[in-house]
Design a binder for this molecule. Structure first.
Ligand SMILES: [Mn+2]
Length: 243
């Protein structure tokens, strides 16, 4: 049976050897699968496609081997790696998707996204998000030398950590009304996203009709676990991966 895989929030970085190995092992294991969707925050930081050190080249080569095996590969930007560009996509043999997309999963329309756009109560972040997704802003950012961009990304992470430490729980999670709004707009009855690091399956009603929201989990260096999603002709489900 052909299978499609969904992962997000790996936050890949050289100082996460267990996650990196788990990721490389998964990509090797699923060669020949129908498709792999990476729903954002693949990298802890990505500041431009010229960021090609030995570590990143290994990641790209692993994707390329998967694509060469016949597996279709799709990427959605996360809030850490929204500067992943066409150069990266081409090097991996994959395709960049828009920030949200309705895809056909064995006959079932599924709305996929990273999920940061659902956290609308976080006004500070939403303002940064709007600014940093504009082509003019990105062009200016990419015009800075690589070293400087890496420093800026580090500063963002520190600011985000400091801001998140003081945020109430509900602001860190999705806004329920926004979930309903985007599902309604999409016409799909299933939403699949990551970002919140709160994996689970939520039943909801959209316009009086049953719908569901599936949330992928982050990849944990401490206990070697991740919650991914898997789809076949028998449907879409979450699965805990151990690595
Ligand atoms: Mn995220």
């Amino acid at each position: 049976m052909s299978l499609t895989y969904f992962i997000s929030d790996l936050h890949l970085a050289p100082d996460l050897p267990r996650v990196t190995q788990g990721f490389l092992a998964l990509l090797e294991r699923i060669r020949g699968a129908e498709a792999l969707y990476v729903l954002g925050d693949l990298f802890e930081a990505w500041v431009g496609d010229d960021q090609c050190d030995e570590y990143n080249n290994r990641i790209i080569a692993a994707f390329r081997a998967l694509a060469d095996s016949g597996t279709k590969l799709f990427f959605v930007h996360g809030n850490r790696d929204f500067l992943l560009g066409q150069g990266f996509a081409e090097a991996t043999g994959g395709t960049l998707l828009p920030e949200s997309a309705v895809i056909d999963v064995y006959g079932q329309p599924v709305l996929v996204m990273h999920g940061d756009q659902l956290c609308t109560l976080d006004e500070k972040y939403m303002a940064f998000r709007a600014q940093s997704r504009s082509p003019a802003w990105q062009q200016a950012m990419l015009g800075n030398p690589l070293e400087q961009r890496l420093m800026i990304a580090q500063m963002w992470r520190m600011q985000s950590k400091a801001n998140n430490a003081n945020k109430p729980e509900n602001i860190m999670d999705v806004t329920p009304d926004e979930v309903v709004r985007l599902l309604q707009e999409s016409g799909a009855a299933t939403l699949l996203h990551g970002h919140t690091h709160r994996p689970g399956v939520h039943a909801l009603l959209v316009g009086g009709q049953p719908a569901q929201r599936l949330v992928l989990g982050d990849w944990r260096e401490d206990n070697g676990e991740a919650v991914i999603a898997l789809a076949g002709s028998d449907g879409l489900r979450l699965e805990t991966l151990h690595f």
